[in-house]
Design a protein around this ligand. Sequence first.
Ligand SMILES: [Zn+2]
Length: 426
Amino acid sequence: MRSTTALRTQSVAAIPLLLLLATPLTTHAQTPGPGDQLPPWTPGTLDIHHIATGEGNATFFVLPDGTTMLVDAGAAVAGRAPLAPPVPDDGRRAGQHIAAYVRRMMPAGREPAIDYAVITHFHGDHMGFVSDASPRSRRGDYRLAGITDVADAVPVHELIDRGWPDYDYPAPVPNIENYRQFIAERMKAGDLTVARFQPGRTDQLRLLRNAPEYPTFQVRNLAANGEVWTGSGTATRRVFPPLEALAKDDWPNENICSIAFLLRYGAFSYFTGGDQEGVPPDGFPAWQNVETPIAAAIGHPVDVVVVDHHGSIEPANAFFLRTLRPRVDVIPAWSTTHPAPVVLKRLLNQRIYEGPRDIFVLEFRDATKAAIGPRATQVASDHGHVVVRVAPGGASYMVYVLDDKSDTYAILSVHGPYASGAGSPH
Ligand SMILES: [Zn+2]
């Protein structure tokens, strides 16, 4: 049971009063307000930056000991998807925006570098869509889009994905050649290592700089390629049938092969799962619901949940929500189809689980709001980078929404403090 004293989302006018109230609950003694800059990361703090680029997912983590991680580096392409206007709209590519953000939010005094880059799955809005218009790298024979664009600007030390080294499950991955060429050249140069994400483990994504100081920090690998942690030890099971038992039309799609993990830091917990799905469309096999075995393995409330698949049609099933009971949802939306009306309705549904919850949408398009109607106003924020800042030790956290329309990264709104420990109360 979590504290029921957690403060609700602050309106701008209420901040001075809430600052007073907030002081005894957390160590965030000097909470900044709208218009301020986010104070620099300090050792022991966990920062999770959900970067709004209007073209896909990109989440930058500064872990408690200063280890850095980027999960996805999306750069979708106009014409293939209804993109949001680029943010900021200054002609730079999404990968350049991501790299600029990473440089800005790096721990003070450390040369910008990404210790881990995790690509949840091989779609353009997560890894970068490469076309003939994508510029060529000056560092090798590959083009710049998404992760390759970021990595040319900020060194990436280890790349972790679902396909290394063969990229052939369930079939040869389409449009992977540029990515493989990038890997080959960076490995040959000796500045990149690559690994396949291994479900069940807790030692693949780890603190690299001062782990003994933060023993309660852990990343549990939950799922990839239909292999899902069981909830016991490091054991996993396959939830996809063998390919030979399936009609080709029923083979797993790219989304449900996504990497998912659970991060814990003291009492705090955080889930992210790429474009996983939990509500297979009518007529599709039930095993294509991967959220249910993932939620069963987790088996407890989770404070902050990144809504799978941008909140589009198939994620966030009732069992998943009832199990994880998120206090904070982050919807990495960029398209007009994000979130789907039915998904937002489920996220808000007090009959699935009771209690307060705050929903942060990275780019909630006007057309989408118009289609959803009044329910669209029940979100905590409708645009901007969403920063979850977890206090040293993990007992509480804040959410800051930052301006995504310029490089000032000024704070637009402040939410919390939230007490960690059990998602929304039972
Ligand atoms: Zn996606």
